[in-house]
Structure formats: C-alpha cells, structure tokens
Design a protein around this ligand. Sequence first.
Ligand code: PRT
Ligand code: ZN
Length: 298
Amino acid sequence: MTIARDRLRVAVQKSGRLAETSLSLLRRAGLSFRASRDRLFLYGENLPIDVLLVRDDDIPGLLMEGSCELGIVGRNVLAEQRLTALPGTDAPAERLALGFGGCRLSLAVTDGGPITVPAQLDGLRIATSYPGLLADWLAVNGIRAEIVVLSGSVEIAPRLGKADAICDLVSSGATLAANQLHELVAILHSEAVLAASPHPLGSAKAEQVERLCARIEGAQSSDGARLLMLQAPRAALAAITRLLPVRESPSVLSLDGLPDDIAVQALCSGALDWQHLEDLKRLGARGLMVLNVERMLA
Ligand code: PRT
Ligand code: ZN
C-alpha cells in the first residue's frame, strides 16, 4: 500500500459489540461523518479523518499494511495478532485504552471436574480461538498442554469431548455457567483500545493522530465529570477536600474583602448527590454549585 493519502483513516468494527460505542466515541471527539452508499466507509465532514467499517479481526492487518493509521479493536485481538504475526513484521501498537468492551480471556474447566488449579492442565487439551495468547501464557507458566484451535463455539468443546478445558473470552460469565464451566484463571484483561499502525507518519498525519488522541482522552475524562464550585472558610479547606471525589487538586481562590474565606473549584468524578452537598454545607461551605462538564482538553 503505497498510494499517498492525505486523510487519516480509522478502522472500526462494522457490527458487533464494539461497533456502536466506537463510533459514538469518535462523534464525542467532535468528528462528524457522511456514510458511503455501501455503508462501509464514513467520510469525515469536518476533519480530514475517515472511518472504514470492517470485521474486528481485519483491523490489525489493515494497520500493518498501512491501509489505516488507527483502529479501534479489542486488546485481545491486537495481542493475539502480535503473537501470531510472522517474525520480523512490525505489529500495531496499543495507543490508548478506551474503557469499554471490557472482558477477560480466561481458562475455564468443567464444574465439579478434577481440575482445580492451572498446573493440572499439564498434558491435557485446551480449546481456544486465541492460540497465540494461550501458548504464551502456558510457556510462561511452564505448563505443557495441547492447544486445540477452534474458530467459534469454544464453550461446547469439553462436552463434545474435543478438549479438557477452554480458553475463551468472558464478560458476565453467563455463557460459562450455561455450559457447566467455571473460570480457573484470567490470562488477559481486555477492553477496546485505540491501536496505531507501525508505519511512520508524515508530520501532517502525525499531528492529526495527536489531535484525535487528545480529543478522545478529553471525551473520556469529561464522562461523568462535574465541576463543583463553593465558598467556605479557609480553615475548612482540608476537611472539604477530604469529602470530595476529586480528580485533581482543587483550585483555591481568595475572595475580595474576605481574607478568611476562599472560593473553591474542584473537578470531581462520580456522584455528587444532595448528601454530599449537605455534608459540605455542614463544614461551612456555602453557594454550592455543581456543573456538568461538556468538554475537556488536557
Ligand atoms: O463480526 P466481527 O468479527 O467483527 O465480530 P466478532 O463476532 O468477532 O466480535 P464481537 O462483536 O463478538 O466482539 C468484539 C470484541 O468485543 C471482542 O474482541 C472483545 O474485545 C469484546 N468483548 C467484550 C467480547 C465480550 N465482551 C464477550 N463476552 N467478545 C466476545 N464475548 C463473547 C465470548 O466469546 C463468549 O462467547 O461472549 C460470550 C461470553 O459472554 P458472557 O457475558 O456470557 O461471559
Ligand atoms: Zn471477529
């Protein structure tokens, strides 16, 4: 892929667990799009950033060949690709963790069966769609097991007699429970990540990447962020700060003509409910105001 492209291209899952949240994150980062007729391409209307809608498994390859500069994909897919890529090929790198699509790649065994610790898997068969990650974990833990590679329905392998254990993604655990399996150990904690192509970028595209990353981080930090404003006696500051779910040190300002009082602005995450405000008031705070944070840029 050597055709020069001025515009940045981001690969996103077309449909599936990550599809909707990935696009909504890009929209919250200020991008707006127009869909192509076949709905496989979203043309960026306000920035030179386009989106390619693909299967999640294709994203690492698109980054490696340079057809896309960025991609939103599960860490599990990215890490597996890195471990199974041909030696000498540069793998895409994880640039930002995105905080959604959380799951874990876990070893699981049959309920009530003889296996209670991973070491007992030595010499047994483990079914998985993640042979690279599993082989790596087994090697690190000194366990010699046979890996049975399956592309889907891994959870029924023990019942079909194809394997003695499985290594599969788990989120709620309901699928394991429905198949009379339980987790032994999680070998990878995963979530959606922003992955970057290993190919060097020209300065204009590199700048677009930095800009998009800063905006995504800003969109993530403003999620659930509240700005709390209040006035209080200076002596109450330490007690007030202890009560706040603050993200960073609050700004403290002096008040004209009131040397013993201060104004406080604090960026908070999590709930700031009536109880919180009443507790602060009891410490001497007044003029309390909680504002939603629309946008943040570090
Ligand atoms: O069509 P395409 O190839 O793009 O999609 P896909 O079917 O391969 O992927 P998809 O949409 O199922 O998952 C995309 C990504 O979501 C995965 O690569 C993970 O990073 C992430 N993710 C988060 C999960 C889960 N949670 C998850 N629970 N991916 C799969 N599962 C499956 C798991 O394999 C098992 O079958 O859900 C089942 C278990 O779920 P629980 O809730 O019963 O434990
Ligand atoms: Zn897939």
